[in-house]
Design a protein around this ligand. Structure first.
Ligand SMILES: *Cc1c(COP(=O)(O)O)cnc(C)c1O
Length: 451
């Protein structure tokens, strides 16, 4: 009888992170300043500890995971790989479906995988406080947890609409000792300027990043931590793909197609990078990022140099972008609303090594509900994107009468995001194709470098 769960022991927790940089077809484009000159790694010292800066630019393929980080990870890892037997039956598909479930972490998503590593390297560097931003609340709660584990204070700038709509996310961060500030706030120059322009500014992820970076850059005892996009974050998440490969090997299986939700790219990198060497060696495997059609960064954005935040405090990175001044449509409930994407994921997508699809939000929540009714777990709205992608693959297999093996990342559970499901059940969600003229307009506001 096929089993629902494939489990690894704690001793099988990976010992190294996999760094994709030495295996890229060409070196990544350097981060640059507004003058177009490359930003030297030392310039990041104002906000990141040396261990993290090293990883951001490392050429080493395998980087050892420090023992205290492995111990922290072992609280919830290795995470289970599930065979979605009930969903397969419900869909009547000949395909096999596997999902790696990252919702078993204390904060309910994959994000603590990087949060504990970042907290560790900051503690090692003598840093006392971390600042960060959070939108839906997953990253903020993960960093609050990690800060608690490694003895650091954590201040979280939370996008104001989310702060008001998700009081329990705030309680969660406070339970782990985090301090939560609605953004824009009057604690930073960026926040004050935004409030002066519009006192009712609902906030955005880009704006909250600007506030957190501004504070960290201005205080010696404080650093900044980012939950996605940057190379070191994707590096930390590669334990997901490594564990998945080890678990699949136990049952003698291998995927034909791998899907992950894509906002800033840490699930995509974390799950897919460990499969790239096999693909380069000739394995016939498709790697597909799934994003919302209302924030279609990879499928419709420009591959260009852009800022990582709305105020232009961060270095300029070559990435797929909708423009750093992108504001997600108010109707969008499914997360994954960042304007850009990881430079590494962008580069691999540009080369055709990774694929991407955009899915409309009603169908996305429909897939989440279908999944919950078959498998029990209620997916986070972000995770519903990869569920949608996987169900579409399984239905195509059924139509074509083909057996194939589908693997996806179920990046978290949705227990704190039921308001989004409420909107879906109440019929309040609309599908929204991000307008082409807004995408063209974004081109005009990109920094004029590196072209
Ligand atoms: C943050 C988050 C995502 C999106 O981030 P990526 O870096 O693109 O993976 C997806 N799912 C969950 C549950 C998240 O918390």
């Amino acid at each position: 009888m096929a089993e629902h769960k494939i489990l690894l022991t704690e001793a099988e927790l990976p010992t190294h992170w996999y760094n994709v940089i030495p295996d890229l077809p060409s070196p990544p484009a350097p981060y640059v300043g507004p003058d177009g000159a490359p930003v030297p790694p030392e310039a990041m010292q104002a906000i990141f500890p040396p261990g993290i800066i090293e990883q951001e630019v490392s050429q080493e393929r395998w980087i050892a995971i420090p023992e205290p980080v492995r111990e922290a990870l072992a609280l919830w890892r290795p995470s289970p790989l599930y065979r979605a037997l009930n969903l397969e039956k419900a869909l009547g598909t000949p395909a096999k479906i596997y999902y790696k479930y990252e919702g078993v972490s204390p904060s309910g998503s994959h994000k603590p995988n990087s949060a504990v590593a970042q907290a560790y390297y900051n503690q090692q560097a003598g840093i006392k406080r971390l600042t960060t931003e959070t939108g839906a609340g997953q990253w903020g709660s993960s960093l609050a947890l990690a800060g608690q584990m490694f003895g650091l204070e954590v201040r979280i700038y939370m996008v104001k609409v989310s702060y008001e709509q998700k009081p329990f996310r705030r309680s969660m961060m406070e339970t782990w000792g985090g301090e939560v500030i609605p953004s824009p706030s009057s604690l930073t120059e960026t926040g004050k300027a935004a409030l002066a322009k519009d006192p009712d500014n609902p906030g955005s992820l880009g704006l909250a990043i600007s506030e957190a970076v501004e504070e960290a850059a201005g205080r010696a005892d404080t650093n900044y931590a980012l939950g996605s996009v940057l190379n070191h974050v994707l590096l930390h998440q590669t334990i997901i793909g490594q564990e998945t490969k080890a678990a699949l090997a136990k049952v003698g299986d291998y995927p034909d197609v791998v899907l992950a939700p894509c906002g800033g790219g840490s699930n995509v990198g974390g799950m897919m990078f460990p499969f790239l060497a096999d693909k380069a060696a000739g394995k016939d495997i498709r790697l597909v990022a799934v994003e919302p059609s209302s924030c279609p960064t990879l499928t419709r954005g420009h591959y260009a140099y852009d800022y990582g935040d709305s105020a232009g405090h961060t270095p300029i990175m070559k990435m797929y972008t909708l423009g750093h001044d992108f504001m997600p449509p108010g109707i969008h409930a499914g997360g994954l609303r960042y304007h850009g994407d990881s430079a590494l994921v962008s580069q691999l997508y540009d080369k055709g090594i990774l694929e991407a699809v955009a899915v409309p939000q009603i169908a996305t929540f429909q897939a989440g509900v279908e999944f919950a009714r078959a498998e029990g777990i209620i997916p986070a709205p972000e995770s519903c994107h990869s569920v949608r992608g996987a169900i579409d693959e399984a239905l195509r297999a059924k139509e074509e009468g083909k057996e194939k093996t589908i693997l996806f990342t179920l990046s978290g559970h949705g227990h704190f995001d039921m308001a989004a499901y409420d909107k879906y059940f109440a019929g309040e969600l609309e599908d929204f194709e991000y307008p082409a003229d807004a995408i063209d307009q974004a081109l005009h506001n990109l920094p004029k470098v590196g072209t």
